[in-house]
Design a protein around this ligand. Structure first.
Ligand SMILES: Cc1ncc(C[n+]2csc(CCOP(=O)(O)OP(=O)(O)O)c2C)c(N)n1
Ligand code: SF4
Ligand SMILES: [Mg+2]
Length: 476
């Protein structure tokens, strides 16, 4: 009975998957991913690092690791987990960052990323699950597929003369200077599984001690795509994989490298300018911004149809705010939304450090079409602001507890001769209403996000029209 088992605290009690709340994983019977998850979760518990662990899920069968691990979770694009890990670790050096990757993910599409991260000696822990196949997509040949192994894309067996030899990641990475610890282990019998457990712990301990890059390659079975029972597949791993991927330690500088303090690198803009002999940014001081009280550190959602320039509007606001000395983030939302539905982006502007680029409760909503207004207006914070384009939205926001600014942005843009600059009219309205930015800094930043220089005057006119509209409305 699953409930009678002692489950690691670093797993969720119940897995709230899309198909409903469950207490079992989506992995096939016998799959190695589940076992490795357990060993990692128990290590996280025992080291007491759950609160500061961030696990980067890959693309592959373990993509849903975030359904199971009760830690910080991020899902990275295929093969990019080492790059995402690098960014997170550098910004939050006190966090424990785990890059969890399959062989298709790490050794194929992400091959360059893992080499570069290892070569930089990033202080991260990589768990590399080598099952010699693309599991998730139905059993295609991976870089680690064995010579002679049959897969759906090598039905006659991998031919080394045309498809090359299985890629030996541990051997390859251990030719680099920087990595601290590299070991290959296998999930087979209890003896080998104990070695996996030990390796998992060592790789995490190295990161806790700030020693540098550690990678554990875990040979693991994929009964479903190998078309074997779990028992047969374990034997197949022993008989076929281990001879081609010998187990053992390929690099261990753990004892040589002293434990190090966590160092947080701070970015000192004036220091960098001095080094590069760039004159100090006097303008930043001159911008003298005085945001209205409700908008001191605003979080924005900017939404509309794909093609209305909502992403560029967000980017422009973020660029100008950065130029004005704020900390900023800009997070666009792509995908099917770009084709006719709502496209949107999240922007954070803050005098404090920005924790997450996500904006779930915006201070400011800019809605450029009705679906966007309907989707986001209930999420705006009390005393926040909704700016909406009255040329396209014939319905008023219902909220009574927020500022509401309707502006016929598209009509004003048409009057200026170009519908596409409605977003800049809105930008003008935003800065006039909130004073988070002013005209000077926006105009200075404009060439950074409007690439066609001949369009700059038109964009400036649109911004001024938006500002005038608000100033007239407020004073009248
Ligand atoms: C950019 C991109 N290319 C291709 C795919 C399709 N895809 C999904 S999982 C996968 C391979 C995963 O294999 P592996 O990393 O070995 O993980 P496993 O499922 O075997 O654990 C591929 C090619 C994708 N999702 N994204
Ligand atoms: S397809 Fe293979 S790797 Fe994926 S869950 Fe099933 S056994 Fe595991
Ligand atoms: Mg695989």
């Amino acid at each position: 009975m699953a409930n009678a088992l002692i489950k690691a605290d670093s797993f969720y009690e119940l897995y709230e998957r899309k198909s409903g709340i469950q207490d079992v994983t989506h992995y096939c019977p016998g799959c190695g991913h589940g076992v490795l998850h357990k060993l990692i979760a128990e290590a996280i518990d025992d080291f007491g690092i759950r609160e500061r662990t961030i696990l980067i899920s890959p693309v592959g069968c373990s993509v849903f690791a975030y359904y199971y691990f009760r830690v910080g979770n991020i899902q990275a694009a295929h093969g990019r987990a080492p790059a995402v890990s690098t960014g997170i670790k550098r910004v939050h050096p006190e966090s424990i960052v785990i890059s969890y990757q399959g062989d298709g993910d790490l050794a194929a599409i992400g091959g360059n990323h893992i080499i570069q991260a290892a070569n930089r000696g990033e202080n991260i822990t990589v768990f590399f699950v080598n099952n010699a196949i693309y599991g998730m997509t139905g059993g295609q040949m991976a870089p680690t597929t064995l010579a002679g192994q049959k897969t759906t894309t090598s039905p006659y067996g991998r031919n080394v003369n045309s498809e090359g030899y299985p890629l030996k990641v541990c051997e390859l990475l251990s030719s680099l200077e920087a990595p601290v610890y590299i070991e290959r282990v296998a999930l087979t019998d209890p003896k080998n599984t104990t070695k996996v457990r030990r390796a998992v712990r060592k790789a995490l301990q190295n990161q806790i001690d700030n020693k540098g890059f550690s990678l554990v390659e875990v040979l693991s079975v994929c009964p479903s795509n190998w078309k074997m029972t779990p028992v047969q597949s374990k034997q197949w791993l022993v008989d076929n994989m281990i001879p081609q991927f010998p187990l053992g330690v390929f690099r261990d500088k753990t004892a040589e490298i002293p434990n190090r303090e966590t160092i947080r690198n701070t970015f000192d803009q004036s220091g960098v300018r001095e080094k590069l002999e760039i004159p100090a940014n006097e303008k930043q001081v001159q911008y003298s911004l005085q945001p209205k009280m409700d908008f001191a550190n605003p979080k924005l959602v900017i939404a509309g149809f794909g093609g209305q320039g909502v992403l560029i509007l967000g980017l422009g606001i973020a660029q100008a705010a950065m130029q004005a000395g704020y900390n900023v983030s800009w997070l666009p939302s792509y995908g099917p939304e770009m084709r006719g539905g709502t496209a949107n982006c999240n922007v954070n502007i803050s005098r404090e450090r920005v924790g997450s680029p996500l904006v779930t409760k915006p201070t400011v909503l800019i809605a450029m079409n009705l679906p966007s207004l309907e989707k986001f207006d209930s999420k705006v914070e009390a005393n926040g602001l909704i700016i909406y384009d009255t040329s396209l939205i014939n319905k008023q926001p219902t909220r009574q507890d927020v500022h509401v600014l309707g502006i016929p942005a598209t009509q004003m843009a048409d009057e200026l001769g170009n519908t596409r600059i409605a977003n800049m009219v809105i930008l003008g309205a935003f800065i006039a209403y909130t004073a988070v930015l002013n005209k000077e800094v926006v105009f200075d930043a404009l060439p950074n996000f409007i690439k066609r220089k001949n369009l700059l005057p038109l964009n400036e006119s649109a911004i001024i029209r938006g500002m005038e509209y608000v100033l007239n409305k407020v004073t009248n």
